[in-house]
Design a protein around this ligand. Structure first.
Ligand code: ASP
Length: 438
């Protein structure tokens, strides 16, 4: 059985950390397929290689001094190779990369070079094959991952390979050019490789010892989550818990491959296991985690006898879809309907146009906008089997003197979302955490 290991930017930040990464890989013969990010920050205030590369691209586009900006990228990789003490002609690879950045004039190509260079170096460190992601990871004509084609190509490339290194974050678009995922997308690349080889485990090595039950900037030393289901993780990462790229779950979830979050700097820590529901046993706590996001708007629509007007909601949602606005939640009452949307999506005159569109489509009695709303999700499979969870949640919020503006609970019962004023966000998270985690 093979494990796929993805090492994030801080695990690739300098030669000494990469030596630790090699020790981690060598400690387990099942750690065969490795996916790497570009070197990240070495200390707070440092700049990630991907950000340096994006700066190079801006210079290319404005006819600026690319060489000068690329010098910072060059310095990072040259010192990394020196620290590793390996035989690798980094300067000629860098010369070639710099020339291609100027000739390709592509943001995605340029941004992807950090992963490309990291993987070339890592394959030299491990004496393993290098497989270029642009030959095995494919996007479709809509810019989405072409999963089936990619899984097959990765599996074919690895057929006679015992150990291989892939650069994360990119693949090939339908035009044949390099295309990247969104930022943090090496997590998705790792999941694709794991799925392609039907890995026994997808290990995601980062700089934290797993998921915390709550944002540590809000609650002091929150509990670590030992096990979490894909579903719970999806809910929590959608709401802002961001150890792992939210899209990285999909390739592995359908193949029931577990993910283990591990800390490169504390490899002995157990980390967090992300498991398919078939293998998941709730750890005894009703709630697994609490996460949230600020800056939502609620478009509140009221019309007498709304419930008996067939197609009312459909017409409203058509207006919203034609305006290109994404709706997060649609809590409704007998004569009311609310659209919860990210305020950022309503910039410029979008909001006014949307309100005019709704007025002419359904002729409501009132349309009102409530701004500066934060949404907080309390997530856990344990909630569906324990009576009184919502009572505890709302009592805790009320005891903290916080007014709830909107409530949404899906029938899956693993998630209760409340909307409160932005200013009450942190206080509300603390109140919920205290109630369920003590
Ligand atoms: N290097 C890319 C970024 O900084 C992708 C990744 O690390 O996953 O977002």
């Amino acid at each position: 059985m093979a494990k796929v290991c993805k090492f994030g930017g801080t695990s690739m930040a300098d030669g000494n950390v990469i030596k630790n990464v090699k020790n981690i890989i060598d400690a387990d013969s099942q750690r065969k397929f490795i996916v790497v990010s570009a070197p990240g920050k070495r200390y707070s205030g440092d700049v990630k290689v991907t950000d340096l590369l994006l700066k190079c691209h801006s210079e290319v586009m404005c006819g600026g001094n690319v060489k000068a900006v690329f010098a910072a990228v060059r310095a990072r990789f040259v010192s990394l190779v020196r620290e590793l003490n390996i035989v690798f002609d980094i300067n000629s690879v860098l010369d070639e990369t710099e020339a291609l950045i100027e000739s390709e004039r592509s943001e995605d190509f340029t941004a992807s070079r950090g992963e490309y260079l990291s993987a070339r170096i890592m394959s030299a460190v491990l004496g393993a094959s290098f497989i270029d992601a642009k030959d095995v990871i494919f996007f479709d004509e809509n810019g989405a991952l072409d999963g089936e084609k990619s899984y097959k190509a990765v599996a074919d490339a690895l057929k006679d390979c015992n150990r291989a290194v892939f650069p994360g974050f990119y693949g090939r678009g339908v035009d044949g050019r390099v295309k990247t995922f969104s930022r943090g997308g090496s997590d998705i690349s790792g999941a694709i490789v794991a799925r392609a080889v039907n890995a026994s485990l997808y290990e995601n090595w980062t700089d934290v010892s797993g998921f915390l039950a709550c944002d540590p900037r809000i609650v002091d030393s929150p509990k670590r989550i030992k096990t979490i289901s894909y579903k719970e993780l999806r809910e929590l990462s959608y709401m802002g818990a961001n150890v792992l790229h939210a899209d990285s779950i999909f390739p592995v979830r359908s193949a029931n491959i577990p993910i283990q979050i591990k800390n490169t700097f504390r490899p002995e820590d157990e980390g967090t296991s992300i498991l398919p529901i078939s293998r998941y046993k709730p750890g005894g706590s009703v709630v697994t985690g609490v996460a949230g996001k600020k800056n939502f708007s609620i478009i509140f629509i009221e019309k007498s006898l709304m419930n008996s007007e067939i197609g009312f909601m459909g017409k409203v949602l058509d207006v919203v879809a034609s305006a290109g606005v994404s709706v997060e939640h649609v809590p409704s009452g007998i004569d009311t309907m609310s659209l919860v949307v990210e305020s950022e999506g309503l910039c410029g005159d979008k909001l006014n146009k949307l309100i005019d569109g709704i007025k002419s489509a359904v002729n409501p009695d009132t349309v009102r906008v409530i701004e500066d709303i934060a949404l907080i999700a309390t997530v856990g499979h344990g909630m569906s089997s324990s009576v009184g969870t919502s009572a505890r949640l709302f009592c805790a919020i009320a005891a903290a003197d916080i007014n709830v503006k909107v409530i949404d609970q899906g029938s899956s019962e693993i998630n209760i979302i409340v909307g409160v004023d932005n200013q009450s966000y942190e206080k509300c998270i603390r109140a919920i955490y205290k109630e369920f985690f003590g």
